[in-house]
Design a protein around this ligand. Structure first.
Ligand code: ASP
Length: 472
């Protein structure tokens, strides 16, 4: 009872504070009706996700409900002209959730890789295991790009669409969908998201290190610990304890997942703009179709054939991670949950999952590679450039390479697309055409990125005889 009343006070206080901040004009007083309505929207959202839903359904279901409600709320509030409330104030909960997840990425990758490699035990096994993992990554990424190329060549979403060629490309902010240009004083909500939260939600131990360097060192350290098992017992024990501690932190952060996902979805829908989506409908459908086909290849062919695990068991087990990937657009932020789902819920050996998944989240991005191929060819079609076989081959190769270098964060593909376009001789300004719908497609490609990593974990675990009946 005591805890409940404390949460209620906190929620009321937060709703009133943010509601008032969002409705206060530069000068004068807010309109009372707007103020009350905004406070109520915030209160209803917080109360639903902290007080009501946790009593009724489990966490995975809460995240799913949050996704649907987020889409609806984003659409409804945008219709009422409340984009700012959604993006700047409700958006704080999405930013908080993502910042917290980002905070644990590097230490988690480090600790889980050290434990994963050390857990393999015999250092001589590491080479074959690494080779198998890389082979899987290369093959599936190549298949993804091929599927993308076939779809975009057959559907030709950009042919005859010179109308959307940017005369002077309107560069939009992928996150907000608003035209960049005029200097505007950021609101309190934006400042909280961009300045305040990152001030204290930031990992102080090993943050901002190049992730590939972290991976390389972690693999070496894990191997060295395994090679001297008798003398390094204490260190191994330390890393295992740290691994548990990291997982505990992730579990705490996940308590914010429903409200975070709700806010992220609402913000994405409210700021994207339906008209823009319709203009690029055929292109979006081509990307989504390609991603869907690749998802089917992974889940219904590769998984049962090579992993010998039923798609149903896999999808049921991985659903929290896949939903999170979709709503956060970040395979790195999803990583902690992906490891937990693959090992505990699907049954892939923990040390294999701790080895394959951190690597996969960094270098294996099937969805991203497919997306790069479709987007580049679409832009070429809009510009009326028929790409030769050699040019398409170049797109194929650069899309694969770029996907290895892409970070597992929202919008990572956008900057890298310039590389693919430049290599194939397609005008770089064309990025302006597709950037506005990037956020939505990012959700879909991240979903496929995480599926690819997880199927890979099952396949590698099966080849090592490390698949068990799931614990839950
Ligand atoms: N958001 C994607 C991911 O995290 C990367 C990308 O932008 O394609 O997997």
């Amino acid at each position: 009872m005591k805890r409940l009343s404390f949460s209620v006070y906190l929620i009321v206080l937060l709703s009133v504070f943010l509601g008032a901040a969002s409705s206060w004009p530069e000068s004068g007083f807010p309109a009372p009706l707007a103020l009350v309505a905004r406070c109520l929207v915030l209160f209803a959202s917080l109360a639903l996700f902290f007080l009501v839903l946790p009593k009724l359904i489990g966490q995975a279901m809460q995240i799913f409900v949050a996704m649907l409600l987020g889409i609806f709320a984003g659409w409804a509030l945008a219709m009422m002209g409340q984009q700012a409330l959604v993006a700047e104030y409700l958006g704080i909960f999405g930013a908080l959730f993502i910042d917290l997840l980002k905070m644990v990425i590097v230490p988690l990758v480090f600790v889980s890789l050290v434990c994963g490699v050390a857990g393999i035990g015999d250092v001589r096994k590491l080479g074959p295991l690494g080779a198998k993992t890389l082979l899987y990554f290369c093959c599936t990424t190549a298949i993804a790009v091929l599927i993308g190329l076939v779809c975009v060549n057959l559907i030709q979403p950009g042919s005859g669409r010179e109308d959307i060629k940017p005369a002077q490309a309107v560069v939009q902010d992928a996150g907000s969908g608003e035209a960049v240009g005029e200097e505007q004083k950021p609101s309190l909500g934006v400042r909280i998201q961009e300045d305040v939260l990152p001030q204290f939600i930031y990992n102080p131990v090993i943050a901002d290190q190049p992730i590939l360097a972290v991976i390389f060192f972690a693999i070496l350290l894990g191997a060295a610990l395994a090679a001297n098992a008798e003398r390094t017992e204490v260190a191994l024990h330390f890393f295992k304890s740290m691994d548990h501690a990291m997982i505990t932190i992730v579990k705490w952060i996940m308590m914010l997942a429903p409200i975070g996902v709700f806010a992220l979805m609402a913000k994405a829908v409210a700021t994207m703009g339906i008209d823009y989506l319709l203009a690029l409908g055929k292109y979006c459908m081509t990307v989504v179709l390609g991603l869907f086909l690749h998802f089917c290849v992974l889940s219904f062919l590769v998984l049962p054939l090579l992993g010998r695990v039923s798609p149903l068991r896999f999808l049921r087990g991985m659903s929290p991670a896949l939903q999170l990937a979709f709503s956060t657009s970040s395979s790195s932020a999803t990583l902690p949950v992906t490891i937990d789902c693959a090992s505990r819920r699907v049954g892939a050996g923990r040390s294999i999952a701790s080895f394959v998944l951190p690597l996969g989240a960094t270098i294996n991005m099937d969805g991203t590679a497919l997306y790069q191929a479709v987007a580049s060819l679409f832009i070429a079609q809009v510009y009326g450039l028929g790409l030769t076989f050699q040019q398409q081959l170049l797109v194929f190769l650069t899309a694969v390479i770029v996907s290895v270098g892409a970070a597992g964060i929202p919008g990572a593909s956008v900057g890298l697309m310039a590389v693919v376009l430049k290599t194939a001789g397609i005008p770089i300004e064309g990025i302006g055409i597709v950037i506005g719908v990037d956020r939505m497609l990012d959700m879909c490609r991240t979903f496929v990125n995480v599926t690819g990593d997880s199927v890979g974990t099952v396949v590698v675990a099966r080849s090592e005889g490390a698949i068990e009946e799931p614990a839950a």
